[in-house]
Design a protein around this ligand. Structure first.
Ligand code: SF4
Ligand code: SF4
Length: 360
């Protein structure tokens, strides 16, 4: 097993990252997702910078290691190194917020569209008779805000500071970090970088995530100058339409367009897609020659990060385990249920292979 396998995937243009969500803290769901995608051959999993979340992800990674050595499951034969990534932000960002509302103000005849639209089912009856947002599940997508006919849903944003991040790097075996920034945050990014820079050589990879904006290319050049010289590989994560991959086919276009723009600018570093990636992304990239170098162009993306789409395809399994846990009053885990484990593995494997295998 090569320790640098994820880096080889970046170089080969088939890097696969699972995004659990910078503010998603549903520990049983994270454990299930990380286990399924680790077994399926993901190169990286990106989780919230929360010790409990990192612990749940690491537990899943350890189980994945044991399962690939278990003769009962020859299907898990692929031994892989996987990097664990956590994210921080240099300012307000939808990935770092939680929704809330006071249900006492909701009209009694409201048909609860917020509840129906919430992808991780964070809007529930939290305690008997008390309806609201279960914070650990909310990852800030904002769909409940726009659908509430009475504009009752608000959000609380927060910053993950280097102070919280550094102990994770020191003590929890984090391999990579991702800085979420936006065009125009030169000062904030610089301040954050000054605090992180002394620790950067302890990591294997830096990712910088940025959505499109006026002056994007100049901004990325500016960031590159600040972080140079960088002793580790760099990914530019192009966040086309944040947290939208599960919405439908069209959501993938924004991230592809954005990646093209950044590739054409030829800023040093790997370019990876995110924000709107789904089951249409790979075929679209192949169609326009952005996944494999061709005679006409060597400008290609290095990989894809899947967030809401990768989570949504496994949500029936996550829900099934959750229901069992409630009924049994005991946490039901994926590895204890061979049929469910194989089902989750096959679903995750299909998505990973669609990127990693040229047969798709
Ligand atoms: S719809 Fe999105 S923002 Fe609203 S509670 Fe659900 S996850 Fe949070
Ligand atoms: S949609 Fe708005 S008013 Fe209706 S239940 Fe949800 S938060 Fe309350």
């Amino acid at each position: 097993m090569s320790a640098s396998y994820p880096l080889q995937s970046l170089k080969a243009g088939n890097w696969f990252k699972l995004i659990c969500g910078a503010s998603f803290q549903d520990l049983p769901a994270i454990r299930t997702l990380v286990l399924a995608y680790a077994l399926a051959g993901a190169d990286c999993v990106d989780v919230a910078a929360d010790p409990a979340v990192v612990t749940a992800a690491k537990e899943a990674l350890n189980i994945a290691k044991k399962l690939v050595n278990n003769q009962k499951y020859p299907i898990f034969s692929q031994k892989r190194t996987l990097w664990l990534m956590v994210s921080l932000n240099d300012g307000e960002d939808p990935h770092f917020r939680k929704a809330y509302f006071d249900a006492q103000h909701c009209p009694s005849d409201c048909f609860h569209p917020c509840e129906t639209i919430c992808p991780p089912r964070a809007i529930i009856e939290i305690k008997r008779g008390s309806f609201g947002v279960l914070e650990s599940r909310c990852y800030g997508c904002g769909r409940c805000i726009s659908i509430c006919p009475y504009q009752l849903v608000k959000t609380r944003s927060y910053l993950v500071s280097p102070k919280e991040m550094i102990p994770l790097i020191q003590r929890m075996g984090i391999d990579a970090i991702e800085i979420h920034t936006q065009v125009g945050r030169e000062t904030q990014f610089k301040q954050l970088w000054q605090a992180i820079a002394p620790w950067i050589s302890h990591l294997k990879l830096l990712s910088i995530s940025c959505p499109d904006g006026c002056g994007l290319i100049e901004y990325l050049h500016y960031l590159y100058d600040i972080i140079s010289p960088l002793p580790i590989p760099l990914i530019w994560q192009m966040d086309g339409r944040p947290m939208s991959g599960d919405i439908g086919k069209g959501s993938t276009h924004a991230t592809i367009k954005l990646a093209q723009k950044v590739l054409n600018a030829q800023i040093p570093g790997f370019v990876q897609l995110a924000g709107g990636t789904n089951n249409h992304t790979v075929s679209k990239l192949r169609e326009i020659g952005l996944l494999t170098p061709s005679i006409s162009s060597t400008l290609v993306v290095s990989g894809i990060a899947y967030g809401s789409y990768a989570r949504s395809v496994l949500s029936p399994i996550v829900r099934q385990l959750e229901t069992q846990s409630i009924n049994l009053n005991l946490q039901s885990v994926l590895e204890d249920q061979p049929d469910l484990l194989l089902k989750a593995f096959k679903i995750a494997k299909f998505i990973v292979l669609s990127l990693k295998s040229s047969k798709f």
